[in-house]
Design a protein around this ligand. Structure first.
Ligand code: BGC
Ligand code: ZN
Length: 367
């Protein structure tokens, strides 16, 4: 069967591979789930992998099959599978456990090992292919009423984890009633984070470069958030106007902005970094000012990566709630379909060049 792959470490090596179709029996103890892939989303991580900035092939293999944002339909299950059945819509988690205690209790997104295993990214093949098979532990059911949001399940899980982690660490405050949130970046993670925070009742400012009106601002406003263009209102000016934020989530992909954000966090606040910055850029930071400010304000910086099953499940619930609160808004993120695995060059080109694309995804097969 066809698969879209790269040779990690080799720039712009995206190509088609012919790989064997997996079987439900590839997973031991009757726990296998065979999934026919319907759609796969791609994001900046796939771009960085194709730019040879990030990612590794499985041991002993020259290529890495791409794709970590999957949406498919169950075709066959092993005799001990209970969570899903043929005909169910599903997505799959991305990381697979290593050996640490955190891996062994299902929180593989919090592994304490340096090496991590991620399908389509690091050391494991991904989902940009016709079928995959997986242990039911890593397969997550998608309600049929959300099938129109297909490839958003995985990015939503990362946004759900970032917010969940922020609330978790803020239990240090005994009482934490965040009111103002800044979400930096209005790409898929920024928009989905905006949704989650609006559903939690915060006043959300979603901040990006481009001037409104444009699709991003329409989506933010559709969720009752405030879209701010830094071309009109620089971040520090916004903080002067509306107050510093209790919570900031950076999802810009820019380490410069991630550091700049440190100056606009309020006392006792938390700044969450989610960008995967595979490059090697260096920036100057006002370190004395930041250091003093962070100590005097008891501020917290938190990195958040990936997501486990719980975050997929809570993300899916928030998507369902989001559909009820803001009908028809979330699907506007799904801007840019590509028809079939054969069009992998077009997929990469759109990912790199189409600045207006909020989400590029491949229609792999029909329901
Ligand atoms: C993926 C995450 C992954 C991260 C780091 C992101 O694009 O969505 O699942 O953990 O890259 O590899
Ligand atoms: Zn991703």
């Amino acid at each position: 069967m066809k698969a879209v792959a790269v040779y990690p470490g080799q720039k712009n090596s995206v190509h088609l591979e012919d790989i064997p179709k997996p079987s439900v029996h590839d997973v031991p103890r009757g726990r296998g789930v065979l999934v026919r892939v319907l759609k796969v989303g791609v994001d900046a991580t796939d771009k960085e992998i194709n730019d040879a900035l990030y990612g590794n092939a499985p041991p002993g293999c020259k290529y890495l099959v791409l794709g970590h944002e999957s949406f498919g339909i169950v075709e066959e299950v092993g005799e001990n599978v209970h969570r899903v059945k043929p005909g169910d819509f599903v997505t799959a988690t991305v990381r697979r456990p290593g050996g640490s205690i955190y891996d062994r209790i299902g929180t593989y997104d919090m592994t304490s090992e340096e090496v991590y295993y991620e399908r389509g990214i690091n050391l494991l093949h991904g989902f940009l292919t016709e079928y995959y098979v997986e242990d039911e532990e890593y397969v997550v059911k998608v309600p049929p009423g959300l099938k129109h949001l297909h490839v958003l399940m995985e990015p939503m899980s990362c946004a759900a984890k970032a917010v969940q982690q922020a609330f978790e660490v803020q239990r240090r405050m005994r009482v934490w009633r965040p009111e103002i949130a800044f979400v930096l970046g209005a790409g898929q993670i920024g928009l989905l984070t905006t949704l989650i925070l609006k559903l939690r009742g915060l006043r959300v400012y979603t901040i990006a470069r481009s001037k409104p009106p444009l699709l991003k601002s329409e989506i933010v406003e559709g969720m009752e958030g405030n879209y701010i263009s830094t071309a009109e209102t620089p971040l520090e000016e916004l903080a002067r106007k509306v107050g510093k934020a209790d919570l900031i989530v950076d999802a810009t992909g820019s380490s410069q902005i991630a550091f700049d954000a440190m100056r606009t966090l309020g006392h006792n606040g938390v700044l969450v970094w989610t960008s995967i910055t595979g490059g090697d850029r260096q920036v100057d930071v006002p370190s004395d000012r930041i250091n003093l400010d962070w100590v005097l304000g008891n501020k917290l910086l938190l990195g958040s990566v990936n997501a486990n099953r719980e975050h997929f499940e809570s993300g899916i619930k928030d998507l369902a709630l989001g559909e009820v609160m803001y009908p028809g808004v979330i699907e506007k993120i799904l801007t840019t379909p590509v028809q079939g695995l054969d069009n992998y060059q077009e997929m990469m080109k759109l990912l790199v060049e189409d600045n207006a694309a909020l989400k590029v995804y491949v229609n792999v097969s029909d329901e």
